[in-house]
Design a protein around this ligand. Structure first.
Ligand SMILES: Nc1ncnc2c1ncn2[C@@H]1O[C@H](COP(=O)(O)OP(=O)(O)OP(=O)(O)O)[C@@H](O)[C@H]1O
Ligand SMILES: [Mg+2]
Length: 343
């Protein structure tokens, strides 16, 4: 039987995270969510490298990822609003994700099953238009589905690498399904999800600020101390804890803590209002996304059942791919039982 390729595509506002499975073979791609109009490059080596990261949308060429960062002299990432998926830049990034997977040798992309995400708050209103829009950047034979982003983190936790549910994570006492909350901390938004006994709970789906707000605050705090830094530099300092100023390395840990503190407080307040009544009865609160560590440090003090997902930044893309694998298994089981009925 033909093995169908599945892809989990997490189009984040700081980075595109893509996970593909062909059978049990896993592939992944990550590149910064950066796009600029392409220009002609005179150095042949640079031009050859840039070619791999160049996409054409409606006749217009765009550099994506690192080529966009280096050639475009960008100071912030694209898409810091909810409508960024309506832009040609978004389509260029989606096309680039597929090109990069092909370059890695991923087979079967032309008729793959691909899962993408919407911010939790916009799932109801946006899923259909996002699927229609994203399809424009994908091969015609692709089957595309959309899920709320934090659902990817939930699937990453409860499904194994072949897409099968992990029984002890899913089944509670007396055959009742377990309940989970999810907090998925990203760049532009932090997304929340409530899964009670396997059901998606509408009132638990919402979004609030992500870490880009903390980067803006940090820039402000530094400017008051007459230290200049771009938003990209502020964000990079979240991991490096320092900033380069004319050859000197400044330790800015304290300022980072202050900048992030406000956003973390907003996230905790939102989580409290969404989960408060349910928090006690949940099996766990799953913390995922690039800022998971910072969120977990605070939530774990109040909610002992906070669970920091391993590879938290990849959880959404990986979970989407696992969900897609599960869908293939389900389709094949259904086809077999139909064949048995017919036969
Ligand atoms: N140590 C850290 N503490 C807090 N935040 C961090 C840390 N390291 C990275 N981040 C933040 O995580 C974010 C990137 O996470 P992620 O890749 O999940 O976001 P994204 O998916 O691109 O964004 P979005 O989901 O909002 O579109 C960045 O904003 C970055 O500043
Ligand atoms: Mg994200």
């Amino acid at each position: 039987m033909k093995v169908r390729t599945v892809v989990g595509l997490d189009a984040g506002r700081s980075a595109m995270k893509v996970v593909a499975y062909h059978g049990s073979k896993r592939f992944d791609v990550i590149f910064p969510t950066l796009v600029v109009a392409a220009v002609e490059l005179s150095d042949p080596t640079t031009a050859a490298r840039a070619k791999l990261e160049t996409e054409t949308v409606d006749g217009k060429a765009f550099f994506t990822g690192d080529t966009a960062r280096l050639q475009g002299n960008l100071t912030s990432s694209v898409g810091l609003n909810d409508n960024w998926t309506d832009t040609p830049e978004y389509l260029a990034l989606i096309q680039s994700a597929i090109t990069r997977l092909k370059h890695q040798g991923v087979p079967g992309l032309d008729d793959a099953l691909i899962v993408i995400g919407t911010p939790a708050r916009l799932f109801g209103s946006r899923q259909e238009s996002l699927v229609a829009r994203t399809s424009k950047a994908l091969p015609a034979g692709v089957e595309l589905k959309a899920l709320p982003q934090p659902m990817g983190a939930y699937c990453d936790y409860i499904l194994d690498k072949s897409g099968m549910p992990i029984k002890e994570k899913l089944m509670g006492q007396g055959g009742k399904l377990k309940s989970y909350g999810v907090i998925e901390g990203g760049h532009f938004s932090t997304d929340f999800l409530l899964m009670k006994e396997g059901q998606y709970i509408e009132r638990g789906a919402d979004s609030c600020s992500g870490m880009s707000t903390a980067a803006e605050r940090l820039r402000h705090i530094l400017a008051k101390k007459e230290i200049q830094a771009s938003l990209v530099e502020c964000e990079e300092s979240f991991t490096s804890k320092c900033l380069y100023q004319f050859g000197t390395e400044l330790n800015i840990e304290e300022e980072i803590g202050e900048g992030q503190g406000h956003v973390i407080q907003e996230i905790i307040a939102k989580a409290n209002s969404l989960f408060a009544d349910d928090a006690r009865s949940l099996t766990g609160i799953l913390i995922a996304g690039g800022s998971a560590g910072a969120i977990y440090n605070v939530t774990s003090q109040t909610w002992k059942h906070s669970i920091l997902l391993p590879n938290s930044r990849w959880a959404v893309a990986d979970g989407f791919a696992r969900y897609a694998l599960g869908q293939l298994i389900r389709a094949s089981v259904n086809a077999n039982s139909q064949a048995a009925v017919n036969g």
